[in-house]
Design a protein around this ligand. Structure first.
Ligand code: KIV
Ligand code: ZN
Length: 517
């Protein structure tokens, strides 16, 4: 058995499925390109039947992919599979991934008997294989499926031509010993199992997704399904960065390799956090802000003497630049270019020009511009295609009330101004936006965090809003928290306007459900 573990990334499908994580078309293309560049073997780019948008994204990612196999998801029916094939067929290496829920609870949804479902699996996998040489089949909720039935349907799928069998722990229920055992027993029991690849797909409801995925590899799985930052429904999926770094750092006891260039991890993690609106928790393994921070005196002392005292991997292994001197208002374009390149951003001249203008503005307000400030700056939306833009904001707040916001926006090219009051400066400013840009969206989340230390630090604000089932997230950073809040709110609003025009809603209500097999 080979020691290479294939990395199957489903950030753009299972990850994007988390309520609120919906990405724009351009963002999906960008993330797919970064995944391809970092050496992901298979990119699950979306669920083509779910919407025109998903279909378009999977097709375009397929056409652009350089190395990665591009995969689309399809339920167990011919219409889904045909649509999926239409989207992935232009890829150099296409894959159809078809699935059906096989546990008793899941069988009840389409109301199929065991025999009827077995026949459905045979027919749909055969159909997919007639279209594409590379077919993945998943028995959804495999870890809660009766053992005999699981063996039976896996054998049917292999005989019908599936080249990869994925064993999902859909509800994050399994534990590491079971995860290893299940794969091992399937390989030893099911006829034909030695000729195909087994994959593991774990959800993190009990916080065991990474451990379960690694255990499955020990049991014989050679494909791990995962997402960047562990993005995904409920508690998320297995985090790519965790399994890849665990296999690298503990290669002594897990002698497996992946093709991932780990130095690209931080960059893609930041990007996925920014476009999904799901910030990474500070103490998240590998990519959290504190993952390589050593605060306590005893730790710092140890680190100064020998880094290995408290570090099992180097920050540079995951693409974190070593701490270097901050830039300031006298730093020139060349210094900025050098620093950005150190942080992994190689910019074209026109992009640099734009970032330089914003850097100077920030340096005027903030004495020292740190790496994290620059990253926030680079990811700041240029606003060129926005319907709504912030022109000016003046807020009166403090103990004397009323809290008032005077706001001027540019809405589709025309300047509009208003004043509004509210419970605090942010509420007043948001009320002013609402008065100028009419909408029924409900604010679901409002989150502020400091990019760096100090009272002049930039605040990063994330907002999530929902209107008629459409969810949009927005982010922004500024040294003024209220300005950052309004920019983030406007960012989300602009996305909502695009979504209204496309008439696309979130995944859950896109008009498909797992029921329509
Ligand atoms: O969690 C799951 O079961 C899935 C399947 C569609 C593979 O995401
Ligand atoms: Zn899943």
């Amino acid at each position: 058995m080979t020691d290479q573990v294939l990395i199957f990334d489903t950030t753009l499908r299972d990850g994007e499925q988390s309520p609120g994580a919906t990405m724009t078309h351009a963002e999906k293309l960008e993330i797919a390109e970064l995944l391809d560049e970092m050496g992901v073997d298979i990119i699950e780019a979306g669920f083509p039947i779910a919407s025109e948008g998903d279909f378009k994204a999977v097709s375009e990612i397929s056409a652009r992919a350089k190395d990665a196999t591009i995969c689309g998801l399809a339920r167990a029916n011919y219409k889904d599979i045909d649509r999926c094939w239409d989207a992935v067929k232009q890829a150099k290496s296409p894959r159809i991934h078809t699935f059906i829920g096989t546990s008793e609870l899941h069988r009840a949804i389409p109301n199929l008997t065991m025999d009827e479902m077995a026949e459905r699996i045979h027919d749909t996998v055969t159909h997919a294989r007639n279209l594409c040489d590379n077919v993945q089949w998943s028995p959804m909720d495999a870890t809660r499926t009766e053992w005999d039935y699981l063996c039976r349907v896996v054998e049917i799928a292999i005989k019908a031509g599936a080249t990869t069998i994925n064993i999902p722990d859909t509800v994050g229920y399994t534990a590491p010993v079971e995860s290893a055992d299940l794969i091992r027993r399937l390989i030893n029991t099911v006829p034909g199992a030695d000729a195909i690849i087994f994959a593991t797909h774990c959800h993190n409801d009990l916080g065991m997704a990474t451990a379960n995925s690694l255990a499955a590899v020990a049991g014989g799985a050679r494909q791990i399904e995962c997402t960047i930052n562990g993005l995904g429904e409920r508690a998320g999926n297995t985090a790519l960065e965790e399994v890849v770094m665990a296999l690298k750092v503990r290669n002594d006891i897990m002698p497996f390799t992946t093709r991932i260039d780990t130095t690209k991890i931080m960059n893609i993690s930041r990007r996925v956090a920014a476009v999904s609106g799901f910030a990474v928790q500070f103490n998240k393994a590998i990519v959290g802000k504190n993952a390589f921070a050593h605060e306590s005196g005893i730790h710092q002392d140890g680190m100064l003497k020998n880094k290995e005292t408290f570090e099992i991997m180097r920050p540079s292994d995951v693409g974190l630049a070593g701490t270097s001197l901050p830039l300031g208002k006298h730093s020139g374009r060349a210094a900025l270019r050098a620093k950005l390149s150190e942080l992994g951003f190689d910019m074209a001249d026109n992009q640099l020009k734009d970032v330089f203008v914003r850097f100077k503005e920030l340096a005027d307000r903030k004495k020292e511009v740190y790496d994290d400030d620059l990253i926030a700056l680079v990811y700041q939306n240029s606003g060129d295609e926005d319907h709504v833009r912030l022109k000016s904001l003046r807020v009166v707040c403090g103990t004397e009330g009323p809290q008032t916001a005077d706001l001027t926006l540019e809405v589709d090219g025309a300047e509009v101004t208003t004043s509004a009051t509210g419970d605090g400066p942010v509420d007043a400013a948001f009320n002013a936006v609402k008065a100028l840009v009419s909408h029924e969206a409900r604010l679901q989340l409002y989150q502020v965090s400091a990019v760096t230390e100090g009272t002049d630090a930039q605040a990063t604000v994330s907002v999530r809003m929902e209107e008629d089932g459409r969810i949009a997230t927005g982010q922004s950073a500024d040294t003024d928290t209220v300005v950052a809040s309004v920019k983030a709110y406007i960012n989300a609003l602009n996305r909502l306007i695009v979504r209204r025009a496309q008439n696309t809603v979130g995944y859950d209500t896109k008009g498909v459900s797992y029921k329509d097999v």
